[in-house]
Design a protein around this ligand. Sequence first.
Ligand SMILES: Cc1ncc(COP(=O)(O)O)c(C=O)c1O
Length: 457
Amino acid sequence: MTESSLSNSAIVAAYREKSPSSAELAGQAAQSFPSGLTHDSRYLQPYGIYVERAEGAHKWDVDGNEYVDYFGGHGALLLGHNHPQVLAAMHSALDAGTHFGASHALELRWAQAVQRMVPCAERVRFTSSGTEATLLALRLARAHTGKSKIIHFSTHFHGWQDHVTSGYSSHFDGAPTTGVLPGVAQQSILLRPGDIDAVAAVLAEGEVAAVILEPTGATFGLVPVDPDHLAALRELTSKHDTVLVFDEVVTGFRVSPGGAQAALGVIPDLATFAKILAGGLPGGAVVGRKDILDLLDFEAEVRAGREKIAHQGTFNANPVSAAAGAQALDIIATTDACEEANAYAAALRKGLNQAIEAEGVAWAAYGTYSGFHIFTNTGKRPITPSKFDSFDYAFEELKANPPEVVTKLRLAMLVNGVDITAWPGGTVSAAHDEDDLKKTVAAFRKSLVMLKSEGEL
Ligand SMILES: Cc1ncc(COP(=O)(O)O)c(C=O)c1O
């Protein structure tokens, strides 16, 4: 898709009309950043909105337009923007100092909250991001088992680090993406999601250090995982002395206060967290079995006669993230935040499907927990939206989207006051309310009408 292919669109014209200041900033940004961006997921043609402030479930752009927000800080904001208690905790940590170059009580409070909530968390190690957390988890698994290979699954995302970046959105044949060493990619075996027989066959060769996956499926269930498969993976990895890693960067503290592992009753050896973990600030963690995290412990490794894994990180457990994270986790542990977001998302999926049916479009809204995905049905299959079952579709079909239609859908939603992600879909927070639901469903229906009038549907 080129910008010129959007030039005759009334949707694009309406978007431009509404967002001149964003256009101006995007023009300047093109001189500073590749594509004018600081995160691939924010890519939108002709340009994305520039946001000035946010509150609860809403944000406002530099032209003063208000949006119901389903980006939710890339999933980090289960409690919505600027939760007052989280803000207060951040402010008091800021006043005390942002970096002590020393241990501090807040990091302990933060880790203790994680340990109370997450079943597998015998020990915790903080990092600065989810990408760093998955990198460390895989290194721990390799050191613990003495094996070199990793199993990961097509479309599952674990950040942009070399070992598991290939096969997320392309290179489903396991070949390395640009810049990744072939030798590194060869050690990471890419399998089809849900192919338990293939996992069993590869594990039987005895060279696999870790199996890593998003426990409710790629992109928060866009490509769903059958919960029975988690139990099968648990059994197989235990049998073959392979470390099972749940990447709970999205599902952690969202699916339930104890993450997907608590909700689904399958306990991994290691789990990775970020996003909600740090209450809206940067932060990540690897948590899990003490005997595995002991590889980071100075004395334990001397006792075991093993070489310790070195792990530094200037901003690991920085006090402001720790304060925000500990406060957010306390709120999540003691309120119905997860259930409220889950219930809202279920109602939203239903409302979106009613809009799809009312407009006679062969799409479907689906998802689990506090996520939603729009299936754009490139294969033009007959669909009853309310009966749509994503398990009936291969990942290639679930991930296939006509780029121009999705772009126009996102722009139309912005014109109608709602910001969704490029999946297309989004995550819901506990701050979304009945009014947001009505606005979103109405905006979606209007957007479908706009797409139809341009001959896109
Ligand atoms: C499942 C999953 N793992 C890892 C990451 C990487 O986390 P970060 O963006 O904090 O590096 C993400 C980010 O979206 C994610 O969704």
